[in-house]
Design a protein around this ligand. Sequence first.
Ligand code: BGC
Length: 430
Amino acid sequence: MSTFPNGFLWGAATAAHQIEGGNTNSDSWVLEYTPGTIFQEPSGDACDHYRLFRDDIRLLKELGLNAYRLSIEWARVEPADGFISDAALRHYYDVLELCHDCALTPIVTLHHFTSPRWLMKQGGWGGSETPARFADYARAVMEALGAQIPYVCTINEANINTILAQLGFGLYMDEAPATTAAPVGIGEGLAEARSAVSAWWEACAREMNTTPDQLKPANFSTPADVEPPLMAAHVQARQAIKAVRPETQVGITLALHDWQVLPGGEEQAARLKHDAFEKWLPTLADDDFLGVQNYTRQRIGPEGVLPDEEGVELTQMGYEFYPEALEGMIRQAAVAGLPMIVTENGVSTEDDSRRVAFIDRAVTGVERCLADGLDVRGYLYWSALDNFEWALGYRPKFGLIAVDRATQQRWVKPSAHHLGQICLHNGPFE
Ligand code: BGC
């Protein structure tokens, strides 16, 4: 008998900006196309999913999956401040209707890193009005599409700036990272790194009618500036969603490591974990679920985060291939006291057999958590398609489905069938 409960959500996840293409009205588009950009390449047409969503959703159904996490793009729904586009809402209505027709439960993210350009003029995620504006957008989406939306993730990885700063990747963090494993360039030479990109940042600010100091995208900002507004935005959006449709399940998603403490590392680990996770708990107390997202572990000693052990297998992202991290993370995230949905977990590799192994080992970890009574409601692999991996461009391959971006042809990888089989073998489903 399967450990997985009836109704367990098995699926794949995507984000609008990373697959739809042509998201020209977003802050990210400006960051990508402004000369001097730190992006390896711009998103361009991405996977042209805005046009090809029918084919992609049908592929997921044919695999045997029963859930699909997707995001709605604020920059499309509200292209100008205060103007809600019926055409964009109709598009997402068609997307959601097709999910239901295909028996894929949609899990809808309202904000996955990208924001409309106009928001940057108002202080971006540091702006005092931003939480209310986000709640207005959430309300508009729910009024138009709420009947089709059983689950909402308000904000994706609302803690991403802290996570990046702890890794040494944050360009605009307050202090040097608490790690000895900071990637060369940014963690070690914060001032130099900032000045190297300052011309680009200034040009982006000009393009979005703001100043460099006031340019605060959701995922490129100092945690202290944007996390309080992100928390307020989550709470206000949850209230707006519930007011329109009380039965919709609402949560946020957080990027969470499996924090592994080595002797003497207790204090450092407690600080890293508090800053990246525990400080969010009061904000989430009234949520229906917590979306947990994990990619690897972090080993912490007395001096902070330790470098990878010699010889470990690395993913294309440069971090350790360690699928057991999902189990370790879930056990730590359980302290939130909320049902958990694994809204992202995956591996970036050209070798699809490593993806099959990763999924098997990660899912086995989820099974062990369920056997111990932890409340896990779903597993959504990141990602459905090979897609735009932000500043790294299209090189990292996370997808279950490969995309030839010249022809926009899709190839279903063996790992996709493998996940589909896991889903089919762990039914029956509602
Ligand atoms: C994000 C995705 C990203 C993935 C892989 C998560 O941080 O939500 O947008 O593509 O990790 O790096």
